[in-house]
Design a protein around this ligand. Structure first.
Ligand code: GLN
Length: 500
């Protein structure tokens, strides 16, 4: 029989622990049992930290019994995307090149999670080095979508999204460079937020494209996402791009959100992020929600962001450029895999080449080569330089849009979950999944995906709320108000009824 504990949200679990109705050990065990039963179907986890998680859980229960002051989320289990480094716990980025590597330190977010005493259940699957939109680029095999096991859970953070959607854990962390938290959120019916660039420390996040990467929460409710960002965010001296101050006030923005705040709220519908290219069901669900917002008194304004049409092109120049530089550290010497060539002399260069040939998958190689090309002398101005100019234009479009609207909204992803294998031969069509999510990364503004009903095949649809930089509080508040508009949202994932 299913232990119903697993269906609770993180904040509900925390309340029940405080009320003495549940212990962290009970919750952690319930999650671990569910993982044992169902993760074979999903393949959401690459590593389980069962003993470590139970140890933390027991410590929380003991401290609570002693009357110690605990963090509000203490004792609530969490899973971490496998590109967030964890001391003594494998961190592979779903790549063969990092197989067997044990990081000697914790990421800042992990340190904060440990300080707050959340049992760390394990590490979740992803596209290799966070490059992809389907989780199919994992070197260790794909993750499956709990809504339909023949479909992708989104990517790159498909493991975290599937684990949360299927009630294996209430909380998870993802990383979002172009949509890897929000798009998996959309196609698994979960909540995924990309905070303002710099709001959450990137120290200990294995870098993909440093000017775009952000760590963020993956949850089943807006409230949980706000609580988790508040816990892990705030200034970190180890990250030179970290914003000053803390991230307090996010949770209260959600708990205090009242429907009448929608009155007069200027909601901008971005012309370039709707219409053609979006599946009819996605468009209909989006329009329905916008109409509901209007009915509740929001002022709907259409905003024009012409440079967004070039966002994908700019992203696929800037991101690979940074990838090619960041991934140069995987050289067969410093971390993980080392392959010596058998057919030629063993030199630094030949070992590097053999290690990378064996250690990186095709998508990673494609991006390194593309990035190296766009940065090469003779090409750099035409490609990388132009892309940076487009990035500035996109930022200006956002500035203008936010002069007319308090928040911007769009569908998160142009379609619902597609079938595994469907886009394998066509990297371009895979890339286009991020058409609505990429602009926020290029501008550093916060954006969140929340569930927005189901399509005709019972697959989840996502709704995106984008706020101005450092207005994460507003983003969560509006996301909460949108989520409470209709009662059938979020719909129940079929994983709820899985038996064995
Ligand atoms: N899907 C996008 C890509 O492949 C985004 C990845 C990400 O956000 N990490 O680049």
């Amino acid at each position: 029989m299913t232990n119903e504990i697993v269906f609770l949200d993180a904040v509900e679990m925390a309340e029940k622990m405080r009320a003495g109705e549940l212990t962290s050990e009970e919750i952690t065990k319930a999650c671990l049992e569910r993982i044992e039963k169902f993760d074979a179907k999903l393949h959401a986890f690459l590593y389980l930290n069962a003993e470590g998680a139970l140890e933390t859980a027991r410590e929380v229960d003991r401290l609570r019994a002693e009357g110690a002051e605990l963090h509000p989320l203490a004792g609530v289990p969490i899973a971490l995307k496998d590109n967030i480094v964890t001391r003594g716990m494998p961190t592979t980025c779903a790549s063969k090149i990092l197989e067997g590597w044990l990081p000697p330190y914790d990421a800042t977010v992990v340190e904060r999670i440990k300080e707050a005493k959340l049992p760390i259940i394990g590490k979740t699957n992803m596209d290799e080095f966070a490059m992809g939109s389907s989780c199919e680029h994992s070197a260790f095999g794909s993750t499956y979508n709990p809504w339909d096991l023949e479909r992708i859970p989104g990517g790159s953070g498909g493991g975290s999204a599937a684990a949360v959607a299927a009630y294996l854990v209430p909380l998870a962390l993802g990383s979002d460079t172009g949509g890897s938290i929000r798009q998996p959120g959309a196609v698994t019916g979960t909540v995924g937020a990309k905070p303002t660039y710099g709001a959450v420390s990137r120290y200990g996040l294995v870098a993909m494209a440093s000017s775009l990467d952000q760590i963020g929460p993956v949850t089943r409710s807006v409230r949980d996402a706000a609580a988790l960002q508040e816990l892990m965010g705030g200034h970190d001296a180890y990250d030179s791009t970290s914003l000053p101050g803390d991230q307090s006030g996010l949770l209260s923005a959600v708990t205090e959100a009242k429907a009448d705040q929608l009155k007069g709220l200027r909601v901008g519908v971005v012309k370039q992020l709707t219409g053609e290219g979006y599946a009819p069901a996605v468009r209909d669900a989006f329009e329905k929600t916008v109409a509901e917002l209007k009915a509740k008194g929001a002022e709907i304004v259409e905003v024009d962001c012409p440079s967004f049409d070039y966002a994908m092109a700019a992203y696929y120049l800037i991101m690979p450029a940074e990838v090619s530089s960041n991934l140069a550290r995987f050289d067969g010497v410093r971390y993980g895999l080392r392959v010596e060539p058998t057919d030629k002399a063993v030199t630094a260069e030949s070992v590097m080449a053999a290690t990378r040939a064996a250690g990186f998958g095709p998508e990673v190689k494609r991006r390194i080569i593309l990035g190296t090309f766009v940065l090469s002398s003779g090409q750099v101005d035409a490609y990388y330089g132009s892309a940076q100019k487009v990035r500035t234009l996109i930022q200006r479009d956002f500035d203008q849009a936010f002069a007319q609207a308090d928040v911007l909204v769009s569908p998160t992803s142009p379609t619902t979950a597609f079938k595994l294998g469907e886009k394998n031969d066509d990297p371009m069509s895979m890339y286009l999944n991020d058409i609505a999510t990429v602009p926020a990364n290029l501008a550093g503004v916060p954006a969140i995906s929340i569930p927005n009903g189901l399509d005709e095949q019972n697959l989840p649809i996502g709704f995106q709320v984008i706020a101005p930089a450092k207005e994460d509080r507003l983003m969560y508040e509006v996301a909460q108000l949108v989520s409470s508009l209709s009662e059938d949202v979020p719909a129940k994932c079929p994983a709820r009824d899985w038996k064995e």
